[in-house]
Design a protein around this ligand. Structure first.
Ligand code: NAD
Length: 484
């Protein structure tokens, strides 16, 4: 098997196997070939992961922040040096084209390691003067954190959670998605090679029940999930039972609003990036594209032309721009939405088919026009390359319609009128927004959603709040005046 790792798990500084766990077959989405066979974590593996993380965390938290930073910085350098090999593995694991994985996965993971390495030594408390007395605060790590990943960006998700956790003195136990379990093991290997003490970044494999077992353990202080809203509700409820900290990065059905004064070429580019990158399997995608009536036909004509030029095929071929979906189950789900779009009366502008000559889980980039707010494809998260184009007349109307969703992850506006851009963005109920751009998520910017799309923020200085807690210390400087 061409991507078989040394063992299923990485615990306490080394690969670890326990074949008593249920098997997990890893499938290359471009061909359907099984490329690795792993095993779910057994209770014994979970126990070792928790015990080693707990032991290692105390010593790690006591280190100088600059020492922790140095290790993370070294890991980011190793990651960049190995970008090609890591990208090839990511492509095998996810089916995303190498053209993308070379610039968006290990590189984004390395950015997170580098950024949080830089931030670690800057984290301080404050002093609050109270006349004679004073209070000082200390930012302390939470302890053992659990990260649970989705399958669309396995390396990036492992690093977006692992880097801030480690920088602030925590341990991280990461459970990748069972659909894409390979890359996180490489992240663990690299961290150890960079000098991270054993036990601080453990990777355990498994389906939902393994995630559930991890977060119900009293030794765990926090869980950060990237996944669907449905899973988020379950994980949040389990975390609540133990009063644990949570970060929830969940799904979306985000609006991308194109006003008639927009640069059409840029707006079409934004809509393409926000719907077809990674075969549309991106949580923040702007899948409801509201186009003002005056430019509708011009926008659609150019969108069709550019979409039909997309080169779909073997993701390991660097000239290929679009690969398959991650799994057969995901393909079936998305095909069902395409069928529903047709049945409910949306106009298919392009795509909708499987493409020819491809054995894997491929679906052509698909555009529906004349979509109305009540249609299923305008309401539910599809998580595939299916764009819904809706018409609108005025600003007030489009803001109201854009907000009529339970989700609130992202939103975008294309217009040359900057006053309008800021006014509209300020009224949209979403956590991560763009003006005249879409889907760029640099580590320097906070990322996360509102409403059902989640709680908490990843990346940026905001992540400090989510991987540490404040201790406040009152210092009495005079005699204690007790009333009796
Ligand atoms: P999913 O919800 O099916 O699974 C996510 C993870 O949760 C997996 O590792 C899974 O094993 C685990 N899990 C499932 N049930 C669990 C339980 N009861 N307890 C603990 N863990 C459990 O999501 P997916 O299909 O892997 O990913 C797609 C979804 O993720 C989409 O909805 C997408 O929008 C969302 N997503 C969000 C972001 C973001 O940052 N907001 C990023 C990527 C993906």
């Amino acid at each position: 098997m061409r991507a078989q790792p040394a063992a299923s798990h990485f615990v306490d500084g080394a690969y670890l196997e326990d074949t008593a766990g249920a098997p997990i077959d890893v499938v290359y989405p471009a061909t359907g070939e099984v490329i690795a066979r792993l095993h779910e974590a057994t209770p014994a593996v979970i126990e070792r992961a928790l015990a080693s993380a707990r032991d290692a965390q105390r010593e790690w938290a006591a280190r100088m922040p600059v020492e922790r930073a140095r290790i993370l910085r070294r890991a980011s350098d190793i990651m960049r040096e190995r970008n090609r090999a890591l990208s090839e593995l990511e492509t095998l694991d996810t089916g995303k084209p190498l053209q993308e994985t070379l610039v968006a996965d290990a590189t984004s993971g390395a950015d997170a390691l580098e950024y949080f390495a830089g931030l670690a030594p800057t984290v301080t408390g404050e002093t609050i003067p109270l006349g004679r007395d004073f209070v000082y605060t200390i930012r302390e790590p939470l302890g053992v954190c659990v990260g649970i990943g989705a399958w669309n960006y396995p390396t990036q998700i492992a690093c977006w959670k692992g880097a801030p956790a480690l920088a602030l003195g925590n341990a991280m136990i990461f459970k990748p998605s069972e659909v894409t379990p390979l890359s996180a093991l490489k992240v663990a290997e690299i961290l150890i090679e960079a000098g991270l003490p054993a036990g601080l970044f453990n990777v355990v494999q498994g389906r939902g029940a393994v995630g559930g077992a991890l977060i119900s353990d009293p030794r765990v202080a926090k869980v950060s999930l990237t996944g669907s809203v449905e899973t988020g509700k379950k994980v949040y409820a389990t975390a609540a039972a133990g009063m644990r900290h949570v970060t929830m990065e969940l799904g979306g059905k985000s609006p991308l609003i194109v006003f008639d004064d927009a640069d059409i070429e840029d707006a079409v580019g934004g809509a393409i990036l926000g719907n077809f990158y990674s075969s549309g399997q991106v949580c923040s995608n702007g899948t409801r594209v509201f186009v003002q009536k005056g430019i509708k036909e011009r926008f659609l004509a150019r969108l069709k032309e550019r979409t039909q030029a997309v080169r779909m095929g073997d993701p390991l071929d660097e000239t290929i721009q679009m690969g398959p979906l991650v799994s057969e189950a995901q393909l079936e789900k998305v095909l069902h939405y395409v069928e529903t779009g047709r049945k409910e009366g949306a106009r298919l502008v392009t795509g909708g088919g499987r493409g020819t000559g491809n054995a894997g889980f491929y679906l052509e980039p698909t555009v529906f026009a004349d979509v109305t707010d009540d249609m299923t494809i305008a309401r539910e998260e599809i998580f595939g390359p299916v764009m819904a184009v809706l018409d609108f007349e005025g600003e007030e109307e489009v803001v109201t319609r854009a907000n009529e969703t339970e989700f609130g992850l992202s939103a975008g506006v294309f217009t040359r009128d900057l006053t309008r851009a800021h006014r509209v963005i300020s009224r949209l109920e979403a956590g991560s927004c763009w003006i005249n751009a879409y889907n760029l998520a640099p580590v320097e910017a906070p990322f996360g959603g509102v409403k059902l799309s989640g709680v908490g923020r990843e990346n940026s200085k905001a992540a400090i709040e989510h991987y540490s807690q404040v201790k406040s210390v009152y210092v009495g400087m005079g005699p204690v005046e007790a009333p009796y």
